[in-house]
Design a protein around this ligand. Structure first.
Ligand code: 5CA
Length: 457
């Protein structure tokens, strides 16, 4: 083949479609009547999602960008904790669920399907059964353990009352990980790694998630923690010791090779309970050290021992040649729910306030006088320089009133706003606004740019 002069190693254009005049951002002026909580209202108003039917949503460009940011943080932290990513299908054969007896246990929450050959299938609500099947076919020896495999895949649960937008959906994106160990001791190590990794994951997204003792429900087992993010509008009432809220896991050096039991204990020995478990009469914490708040469950981890290995005959050969049932755990994070949880935890009257790490764009440029030669040139220059520096930026180049532009920029909540107007351009400055604090400064364009570039995670 001759050289056509094409470089197909890169995208064909370097000008990303991040001009608002071309971007698909169907914002709403009115507050949708069906949305009961603030994250649902804001996600609809900011054009992030669109309901397909009850509890089932399409993700539009702005919402999808955030979803991918969250997914990527989850992935990086799982990889850092020594887990390996796989991808299992959404549709599963019912046989596996019959082997474990969960086909009946799951009841009407499971979406059951038949294919053209009348084979019973289902849309997976979780994957313990399938991963145990994969494991028993492939792993024979204790030398292959421990392993922790995860995937980030859509799940379906036919919730009786889907509500609150992406918080309680039928179809939702979950990260689910599955650990395999020789014995209880090993499984406990795997559990601790996930426990600590979860704290880091949520903290990276700008969230404070507090681990709390939990019931195991249909997943089974006898050891479980829920990770609860504090938000005034959360579904769950929580009680936690003040010190837990003040801890920042990002400041703690973690060695996943070391024994993490002391780290886990330093969290679990402190009081933290959901309102289901909290008993004021028995609570050992003095009232002035106890925080009463509301929260959202953004993840749950389980140790279930041999609960799946037993019915599915999942054995490995031990060092002495003996057959041993493997010990398992599973670890879920509500990836799509996190989009709503972050908004619940971070918004104001004007709209969303994205933490830097998950913002759909780091900055927005507001051109107050599109069509004016000097304003256009100044805004284009900022747009190009930010893009060249690898910063994701949304440029409002539309011919709209300033008030509309400001309101939409606040609504979609990008961390930085760069405002370019005729007076500033003439004086050689732009206005830099920090969305979270509302602080505005007039700066030389280069200085504004370097502040933004330095802040990008
Ligand atoms: N197999 C286990 C762990 S991998 C499991 O399914 N755990 S779970 O049921 O607790 O789900 C994990 C996380 O998914 C939850 O903590 C929650 O954040 C999210 N989640 C669960 N149900 C829904 C739902 N209906 N809508 C949105 N997110 C959900």
């Amino acid at each position: 083949m001759g050289n056509l002069g094409l470089d197909c190693r890169r995208p064909a254009t370097r000008d990303p479609v991040m001009r608002l005049s071309r971007y698909f951002l169907p914002t709403l002026k009115e507050t949708p009547a069906e949305a009961q909580i603030v994250s649902h209202r804001l996600m609809l108003r900011a054009g992030m999602i669109r309901q397909a039917s009850a509890g089932i949503y399409s993700w539009l460009p702005l919402g999808f960008r955030v979803l991918k940011k969250i997914e990527q943080i989850v992935r990086e932290e799982m990889d850092a904790a020594g887990c390996q990513e796989i991808l299992m299908p959404t549709i599963q054969p019912a046989e596996l669920w019959k082997e474990t007896g969960r086909s009946e246990d799951y009841g009407p929450e499971m979406l059951r399907i038949r294919d053209r050959h009348e084979r019973e299938m289902l849309y997976g609500p979780t994957n313990e059964d399938m991963i145990t099947d994969i494991f028993r076919e492939s792993v024979r020896s204790y030398r292959d353990l421990p392993k922790n495999l995860y995937h980030i895949q859509w799940k379906f649960r036919d919730e009786i009352r889907p509500r609150f937008g992406v918080m309680r959906c039928c179809e939702f994106l979950m990260k689910d990980a599955y650990s395999f160990d020789m014995d209880l001791e090993g499984a406990r190590r795997s559990y601790n790694i996930m426990f600590v990794s979860y704290l880091r994951t949520y903290a990276r997204m700008g969230l404070k998630a507090i681990p709390m003792q939990a019931e195991t429900g249909p997943i089974g087992g006898d050891l479980s923690h829920e990770f609860i993010v504090l938000a005034d509008t959360g579904e769950t009432g929580v009680y936690a010791e003040q010190v837990l809220l003040e801890r920042d896991p990002r400041e703690e050096e973690i060695d996943f090779e070391a024994d993490l039991e002391p780290v886990v204990r330093s969290w679990t020995e402190r009081y933290a309970a959901t309102d289901e478990k909290h008993d004021p009469a028995k609570c050992p914490v003095p009232a002035d050290e106890l925080v009463e708040a509301r929260g959202i469950e953004v993840g749950q981890i389980f140790y279930f021992g041999t609960e799946y290995a037993e019915p599915m005959n999942c054995y490995v050969t031990g060092p002495g040649g003996e057959k041993k049932l493997i010990h398992g755990g599973s670890y879920g994070i509500g990836v799509s729910r996190l989009v709503g949880a972050i908004i619940e935890a971070s918004h104001d009257e004007a709209g969303i306030v994205w933490p830097d790490a998950v913002a759909p764009f780091a900055a927005g440029i507001v051109n107050l006088k599109s069509g004016d030669e000097a304003c256009d040139a100044a805004a284009e220059d900022l747009y190009r320089k930010l893009t060249d520096a690898g910063v994701e930026v949304l440029y409002d180049d539309r011919d709209e009133r300033a008030g509309v532009k400001f309101a939409e920029m606040d609504l979609i909540g990008l961390p930085w706003q760069l405002v370019v107007g005729p007076r500033g351009v003439e004086a050689g400055h732009v206005e830099l606004k920090r969305r979270a604090t509302g602080e505005k400064r007039e700066l030389a364009p280069d200085q504004a740019l370097s502040e933004i570039i330095d802040s990008v995670p």
